[in-house]
Write a new protein. Structure first.
Length: 276
């Protein structure tokens, strides 16, 4: 699909109030139909290097795979299994690259990163993630978390060790059970979802959902659907107002219906004409 004619996109990232450096990375590859966010591990060395490697290199691998598909059959990931396998293989490959880099460079030893991504097609998308960066969807009036945190805290909640309310105040909030670069192999969660006009998708680092309750995130997503840049700014500001203990990154994409898509194209055209 041609991503820029089907999606309205806004994104932002901020180091937060407490930390000096920003270890998050965001990638938007319109021609590929790819949205991706990575959160370098705050407790590890060179988290910014790991997250940048993840977003840059996974994008490169998927570009190469798409070009190979086009050369062979012009399918462009036309089948669900093609897309899922391509994404899974790309993440696994770059996990090994990050791991080897950490093993051979002392200054990078122990670095790691989460990753969450969407690869869009006409009417559906592949989603994949490793770690605790999240993907939410707003569809009509329903706000839903589409990913499952790979974290010690999530495991404790599921085992009944602590309640969901207690989890909000736990000191284990940032301990992930999966991440890229920490081992030679990694388990990647991959699935396909249907995509409908009007859907709004939110990819975020835990610097958002650790600082802002889901109910408040939902309110912003619901009330500011017509102004995605403002929604991004508002979510980041809320995270910082609530303490800003971590880097916070937000990537929002709204699937346009045909009417809004044409209006967006017209606005782009008129905006171009005004330049002259």
């Amino acid at each position: 699909m041609t991503l820029h004619t089907h999606l309205e996109i806004a994104s932002g990232t901020d180091p937060g109030v407490v930390r000096t450096f920003n270890e998050d990375s965001i990638a938007i590859e319109r021609d590929l139909g790819l949205l991706m966010l990575a959160d370098g591990m705050g407790g590890y060395k060179a988290g910014d290097v790991a997250s940048a490697m993840a977003t840059d290199l996974i994008t490169d691998v998927l570009k190469q795979q798409r070009h190979s598909e086009m050369a062979q059959s012009m399918r462009q990931f036309s089948q669900l299994s093609d897309s899922s396998q391509a994404v899974k293989s790309a993440i696994e490959k770059i996990n090994r690259v990050i791991y080897q880099s950490a093993q051979t460079n002392e200054e990078y030893h122990g670095m790691g990163t989460t990753v969450v991504l969407m690869l869009f097609h006409d009417g559906w998308a592949t989603i994949a993630h490793v770690g605790d960066s999240r993907l939410y969807r707003m569809r009509n009036d329903a706000f839903e978390l589409l990913t499952h945190d790979h974290s010690l805290l999530q495991e404790q909640v599921e085992m009944g060790v602590i309640s969901s309310d207690e989890a909000k105040y736990s000191h284990n909030r940032n301990l992930v059970t999966r991440a890229l670069g920490l081992d030679v192999d990694v388990k990647v969660d991959v699935c396909e979802i249907d995509v409908l006009p009007g859907d709004v998708y939110l990819l975020c680092s835990d610097g958002l959902n650790d600082m802002v309750d889901d109910a408040d995130i939902e309110l912003v997503m619901s009330e500011l659907q017509a102004n995605l840049p403002l929604a991004v700014t508002q979510l980041i500001q809320m995270a910082n107002d609530n303490g800003g203990h971590d880097n916070v990154s937000v990537l929002i994409a709204k699937v346009q219906d045909e009417v809004n898509r044409k209006r967006s194209l017209q606005n782009s055209l008129f905006g171009w004409l005004k330049v002259f």
